[in-house]
Design a protein around this ligand. Structure first.
Ligand SMILES: [Ca+2]
Ligand SMILES: [Ca+2]
Length: 194
């Protein structure tokens, strides 16, 4: 009788330890899959009024094949859910994206490790040609202090605060540069204003 009791005293704690290890492993597997499910790209350095609803996204794999090419929605003015972008993808990927009136950018990721990405928005491309240069500065200058914004003047209101001010002008000077070209060599087509 005493022998049986001793055996149970040993078996019960071992069983409890094994069970909790098992629960831990299941929980860990669950949290890992949850993190990858929530992979997202967050656009930072965003003026308060700047609220893009969609962004074109292209993804190429390590062999430079385009595996994703769609305009996808932006949540809360800044978050892009990458679940559909990443589904079925493997290895090294390059994600290209172009927010409106900003330079197109790219980020290189490993499909297995993507969780949360943050990328700054480089605003200033009033003309929509994916270059921020004198042409954009001239365009904003031309509409400076406009408060009645028609569709043309709206493109000059880069920070989308409803007015064309010195802040919009400064963006065309601060963020000068050329955006990433699309890997399929097409234009980013966002209704360029000329
Ligand atoms: Ca431009
Ligand atoms: Ca403005």
């Amino acid at each position: 009788m005493m022998k049986h009791r001793v055996r149970w005293i040993l078996i019960v704690p071992v069983a409890i330890i094994l069970a909790s290890l098992g629960v831990g492993l299941v929980w860990r597997a669950h949290s890992v899959s949850k993190v990858s499910f929530e992979s997202q790209l967050t656009l930072v350095d965003r003026p308060e009024g700047y609220c893009p609803t969609t962004v074109p996204i292209l993804v190429v794999d390590a062999a430079a094949r385009v595996i994703f090419n769609q305009i996808i929605s932006v949540n809360d003015c800044q978050s892009i859910n990458l679940s559909s972008v990443m589904s079925g993808a493997n290895g090294q990927l390059t994600i290209y994206f172009k927010p409106p009136q900003a330079l197109a950018r790219s980020v290189v990721v490993n499909a297995a490790q993507v969780t949360r990405l943050t990328e700054a928005i480089l605003l200033g491309d009033a003309t929509g040609d994916n270059i921020i240069d004198q042409e954009d500065e001239n365009f904003v200058q031309k509409h400076l202090f406009s408060t009645e914004l028609g569709s043309l003047q709206k493109a000059a209101d880069l920070d989308r605060d409803g007015k064309v001010t010195a802040l919009d002008l400064s963006l065309t000077r601060l963020n000068r540069g050329v955006g990433q070209t699309r890997p399929d060599h097409k234009s980013w087509q966002e209704g360029a204003l000329r």
